[in-house]
Design a protein around this ligand. Structure first.
Ligand code: HEM
Ligand SMILES: CC(C)=CCC/C(C)=C/CC/C(C)=C/COP(=O)(O)OP(=O)(O)O
Length: 290
């Protein structure tokens, strides 16, 4: 049982759940074309491929995880699982998820492959240990589940799918860089040049503010281009602007404890935005049926 718990920990359940949520709600924004079979295939494909990618990431990062307070208690640094056990587990899960994605359509499989390439090859193996802006390309992995959900219901990868993925990517700087400010010493110890380590806290917060400003612009663009309506705008814009405002206020603080609060405040935003997309489409579909 302890081993099963360790294997589950390799999949980062909380992160995987929220990533799955973005995929499901991206899928449901095409309410007129959903099918139970496709929805089940999407959920299975995302759970398997996201968990697999995350387990591969943990197996490949066991060395730096053992150097960081936040991650040193994980199964592989603690020797409860070996890196090769973690890698094989991740590869099997991922390939299973990719196979299921092909049951839906080729575009979902493309999004799954984008997630793997971005998370493992661009971020984990190449950029994270070398480049302070690693999460920009690593962020494509974060947007991949939303792209997969849209592709599963629309049958294509188009501008709307790309903008929905971009929405996640522009939230990621607030998500990870507030964590990185809080754990700055950890990343320094492990030699990981996260933005706060390389350019300091103030520069990092200003970059987060720029990303949240772009996120606001993308939300407005999706409204102007009639991809989503007023319901989406009034449910997501205020929360985005609130996090933007609190980030500007945090510029005068820059404390570690303040960073932890900002990280916790950032987490729900991406869920709120994708639920807003779903509710907007639900209301639009209901009104058009009257
Ligand atoms: C480049 C992309 C990303 C990176 C580098 C990243 C990194 C991290 C890190 C370092 C943590 C803290 C883990 C810990 O507590 O030890 C975390 C937690 C988490 N991440 Fe991400 N993440 C990324 C993308 C995402 C995306 C796209 C989502 C959801 C859509 C997400 C959802 C979560 C959640 C829900 C948690 C747990 C929060 C908690 O424990 O309170 N992450 N992530
Ligand atoms: C469809 C598909 C396969 C999508 C992949 C989605 C996915 C796993 C996104 C997470 C992105 C990511 C780079 C996390 C690594 O965090 P980290 O290594 O910096 O975190 P840590 O320090 O806590 O290990």
């Amino acid at each position: 049982m302890a081993q099963l718990r360790d294997y589950i920990e390799l999949t980062k359940p909380k992160q995987t759940f929220l990533l799955l949520l973005t995929s499901i709600f991206a899928y449901l924004t095409n309410i007129s074309s959903i099918s139970i079979v496709n929805a089940v295939h999407l959920i299975a494909s995302m759970l398997l491929s996201i968990s697999g990618t995350t387990a591969m990431n943990m197996a490949l990062e066991a060395d730096i995880d053992s150097l960081m307070r936040r991650t040193s208690s994980r199964p592989i640094p603690q020797g409860r699982l070996t890196p090769s056990e973690g890698l094989i587990f991740g590869i099997v899960l991922f390939l299973s998820g990719l196979s299921v994605s092909l049951l839906i359509n080729i575009y979902v499989a493309v999004a799954v492959m984008l997630g793997l390439i971005s998370d493992i090859f661009l971020y984990t193996l190449w950029l994270k240990r070398r480049n302070p802006m690693s999460i920009v390309l690593g962020g494509i992995a974060g947007g991949a589940p939303a792209l997969a959900g849209w592709a599963a219901s629309s049958g294509r990868i188009d501008l709307q799918g790309v903008l929905m993925a971009l929405t996640v990517m522009l939230w990621i700087p607030a998500h990870i860089w507030y964590i990185a400010i809080y754990y700055k010493e950890d990343y320094e110890l492990a030699g990981i040049p996260m933005l706060p380590v390389a350019y300091g806290v103030e520069r990092t917060v200003k970059t987060i503010i720029a990303a949240l400003s772009l996120l606001t612009a993308v939300e407005l663009a999706m409204f102007v281009m009639k991809m989503f309506g007023f319901v989406f705008l009034i449910l997501s814009l205020p929360f985005t602007l609130f996090l933007l405002y609190k980030s500007v206020v945090y510029l005068r603080d820059l404390s570690k404890e303040g960073a932890r609060k900002m990280y916790k405040m950032a987490s729900p935003l991406i869920g709120i935005i994708f639920i807003a997309m779903f509710i907007d489409n639900l209301v639009k579909t209901f009104l058009s049926s009257l």
